[in-house]
Ligand binder design. Sequence first.
Ligand SMILES: [Zn+2]
Length: 295
Amino acid sequence: MQIKKQQHNCSLTIDVEEYFQVEAFANDIDIKDWINYPSRIELQINLLLDLLKEQKISATFFVLGFIAEKHPKLVQKIAANGHEIASHGFNHQHITKQNRAEFSADIKQAKDLLEQLISAPVLGYRAPCFSISAENEWAHDEIKNAGYQYSSSTYPISHDFYGVPNAPKTPYYLTNGLLEIPISTLRIYKKTFPAGGGGYFRLLPYFIFQSMFQASGQQLDFLNFYTHPWEYDPEQPKIMSSFKSNFRHRVNQHSALKKLEKLCKTAQFDTLAKCHLNKEYPCLGDWTKIASGDY
Ligand SMILES: [Zn+2]
């Protein structure tokens, strides 16, 4: 079947973190033990850089400060390949585990380090595990105060780890001037389904995911796909954790790169900054109001 390639406002985003830093294993691995795990990030990023080069795609890489500190040349290599460097914070801690001052320090530290490494401003931020909840009153203000211009930190679905189901499904400004760019979703009848990547991308047969992704683009007139380097590396060490966490983490890693290659051909992907900054979007109010569906 010939697929009509979506042309406008399509972004491919990559959250640059190690396999041992993911939220699914947060109860199994303490942050102080991260240094004991073998790093796989260079190998994984090189796979993705090769694929993106072949497909002539510029992507947004949300890089963890922890990774940037350990692999500065890797960050520079990503930037030299024409991709956008954005921030995933420093220590990948769920926002509910941080107070306001800790969160602010974490996102500033990551931004400063990344900017030093690439000698350019870092404009975008993504919260670890989309963990800004509907009740969180301060995260978006701290993101703005730290000097970011946009955030892509909300997945407007219901999920056991994250999700703000009543939040808008398309980009919007908050009263403080920060642009929020949600992850792609698809509305079928009265239900909202995740359509933007992550575990669902690996779990679902390609044609089902691709159909949902394409339909989401037509429905919302934009696409925001997210993925992680560890999703393409079946050789990574296995973490001692629950069956559920390991299944979610490892399912179909062996076939994910082929799927991504196919997906790359379905849309004219570009960075979030190029797709969305300096475009006109509505200002919908303060976060807690917006998150409750009052906009
Ligand atoms: Zn992450």
